[in-house]
Design a protein around this ligand. Structure first.
Ligand code: F6R
Length: 263
């Protein structure tokens, strides 16, 4: 895993955007896997700016979101479809028909999982999957104890996740306890993965994911098995990493290697 530690969330967003833009320039028809939550918001803001400045175009890009709440329709302000439209898709030049989010209000959410897998396969697989991380180490809505080879399906959310996401719901508003999420096996098939984490509330999860044992109790730890993962994290989230000096050293060497031999 390549671990890039940067000063603050804004640097994390800039570096994450560089990686996305680099990919889209190389492959204008790239398939992106996207996350919601607080962490990628500044990345999306940065990508919107770059699109407005015509530094990147999403015209031929296709996207698949990681997850959605079961029971919420796309027009619901707390749905992830709504989040994506309002924070990203409506602000860039992407074709809406090329953006996929699992349908939370489908009659049969189990069938949605199978169909979603087919759609990803039909698109040729995901080129770059963007991930945040839950305080309990979840990725997508794959909570601790999720099968490390799971596919897109319904997951019961933990109390921690429900509690953490409460801030997005009004008092008394229905908050779903079920999500439909790409599986860990699905995520692991992405050709490249970008894990973003910022803030001290993620310190423990990042320590477990990057340096802990691979265990279903920290789903993000399975990323250690993926051949192309870049973790871009800020200093607060990196606080407890044992091998911090080594990660900084690797980065400085990487820059030299790229100068000499290219990327
Ligand atoms: C949401 C998702 C989740 C979040 C995680 C962190 O699509 O995939 O795994 O990435 O819950 O959320 P934030 O960024 O709000 O701390």
């Amino acid at each position: 895993m390549e671990v890039i530690i940067l000063k603050n969330p804004s640097d994390v967003a800039q570096r994450g955007a560089d990686l996305c833009v680099e990919l889209i320039k190389k492959k204008p028809t790239a398939v992106l896997g996207l996350a919601t939550g607080s962490t990628p918001l500044s990345l999306y803001e940065e990508l919107v700016k770059r699109c407005e400045r015509k530094e990147v175009s999403f015209k031929n890009v296709r996207t698949f979101n990681l997850d959605e709440y079961v029971g919420l329709e796309g027009s619901h302000p707390q749905s992830y479809r709504y989040y994506m439209d309002h924070n990203f898709f409506d602000k860039i030049d992407i074709e809406k028909a090329n953006t996929f989010v699992p349908q939370g209000d489908a009659k049969n959410p189990v069938a949605v999982g199978f169909e979603y897998e087919n759609q990803i396969t039909k698109a040729g697989g995901i080129d770059l999957q963007i991930l945040g991380i839950g305080r309990n180490g979840h990725i997508g809505f794959n909570e601790p104890s999720s099968s490390l080879s799971s596919r897109t399906r319904i997951k019961t959310l933990t109390e921690t996740t429900i509690g953490d996401n409460k801030r997005f719901f009004r008092q008394g508003e229905f908050q779903p306890g079920l999500g439909i999420t790409m599986g860990i096996g699905t995520i692991m098939e992405a050709k490249q993965i970008l894990l973003l984490a910022t803030g001290e509330q993620k310190t423990e999860a990042i320590k477990a994911a990057v340096e802990g044992p691979i265990t279903a109790m920290c789903p993000a730890s399975v990323l250690q098995m993926h051949r192309k993962v870049t973790a871009i994290i800020d200093e607060a989230a990196a606080e407890d990493l044992h091998s911090k000096p080594y990660y900084y050293w690797v980065l400085s060497q990487q820059q030299k290697i790229e100068k000499l031999y290219g990327r």
